[in-house]
Design a binder for this molecule. Structure first.
Ligand code: FAQ
Length: 310
């Protein structure tokens, strides 16, 4: 006779999705709450670096596109918070954990956006990295997370294309625009590689998450796919990637690349990146400024509920 834990693993092995009402080990629930809420926080904090450029977009068309992209990110955050709520975690708790610094969000959003070309580099590289990870998550074992990912991936593909289009326009522009494009690629390349997380040998959660099919590809596998993809795409831009050690490895039929600065990665993850403080301050301020909206919405809901009872 299989016990509940074995039955659960058998369902995972048989590719049966786990749904909110199904039994699940406590550690599976906790891992998902951690990952999904961190993913949601990344989307919400991720609105800040690009939000700063909405008023400075170079044309009405670019402004409308960027506005739509940033709104999509808010939507992604909301689907993801909802998916995490199905596991029994309250939204308030998740937000508190972000504001207190307990919960993480992606390291990438702690870097500054100093030129318009950064909007292109974020779309191409950051959304490009996010998509590779999220395509895998469309097949993750927890149903609500997998379903949220399907829609998110469609929108992320548009985001990546718009970023590439910004860079392509700059790459075909004046010498100053070309230089701006190359500079943005230089600054965003290494932080984008860090998005995939620590090396597999240092990844504390991977083994268990792979066994539970929460993750289906390892951090290093996804990073490798990303490098191979970008090497091809950067040629279309006529730009280069800032890594002298990047080269084709005939034996493994993939690229080798230089060492990531892991000290920088861990410093950013631990709260000491260039913009960590600014990002968290912005989120806390927005939360405080929105208090009256939450109160008004709760008062309205209470009135409606009282009316229905009459
Ligand atoms: N930044 O054992 P692992 C986006 C932490 S969405 C900060 O390998 P795991 C859309 C990790 O949490 C981008 N912390 O962890 C967009 C763990 O600490 P913990 C976000 C990181 O979970 C685009 C510790 O290191 N995407 O960009 C990072 O198995 C443009 C050990 O690591 C997701 O969140 C990092 N980069 O694998 C929005 C996808 N890497 O929690 C706006 C879902 C690792 O034990 C503009 N998440 N850590 O205290 C995942 O797939 C996984 O959580 C990984 C990490 C792959 C991120």
């Amino acid at each position: 006779m299989e016990n509940v834990e074995q039955k659960f693993q058998s369902a995972i092995d048989a590719e049966i999705k786990i749904e909110p009402r199904n039994w699940m080990p406590d550690a599976y629930r906790k891992t998902l709450i951690r990952q999904i809420s961190q993913h949601a926080h990344s989307e919400i904090v991720g609105m800040l670096p690009e939000g700063a450029w909405i008023t400075r977009a170079p044309s009405l068309k670019r402004k409308a596109i960027l506005l739509a992209k940033v709104q999509d990110e808010a939507g992604h955050g909301l689907y993801l918070y909802s998916a995490a709520e199905t596991l029994g975690e309250s939204r308030e708790q998740m937000i508190n954990d972000l504001h207190s610094g307990k919960a993480k969000y992606s390291s990438i959003f702690n870097y500054p956006t100093i030129s318009w070309a950064d909007m292109g580099a974020i779309g191409w590289l950051v959304d490009g990295a996010a998509i590779l990870n999220q395509v895998m998550l469309c097949r993750t074992s927890y149903g609500p997370y997998a379903r949220a990912m399907v829609r998110i991936c469609k929108e992320e593909s548009f985001h990546q294309r718009q970023g590439f289009d910004i860079l392509l326009t700059l790459a075909n522009g004046t010498p100053e625009q070309k230089a701006m494009c190359q500079d943005a690629i230089n600054r965003w390349w290494w932080p984008s590689l860090m998005m995939f997380g620590p090396k597999d040998s240092e990844s504390t959660n991977s083994d268990q998450s792979m066994k539970w099919k929460i993750k289906r590809k390892s951090n290093d596998e996804l990073r490798q796919n990303f490098v191979d993809m970008c090497v091809q795409q950067v040629k279309v831009l006529g730009m280069t990637l800032p890594d002298p050690d990047l080269k084709w490895n005939e034996g493994k039929q993939q690229h080798d690349w230089g060492e990531i600065d892991w000290d920088e990665f861990w410093a950013v993850v631990k709260g000491n990146g260039p913009c960590n403080k600014e990002r968290l301050d912005a989120r806390r301020n927005a939360w405080n400024k929105g208090a009256w909206v939450r109160e008004a919405a709760a008062a309205h809901a209470a009135k409606q509920a009282a009316k229905q009872k009459q």
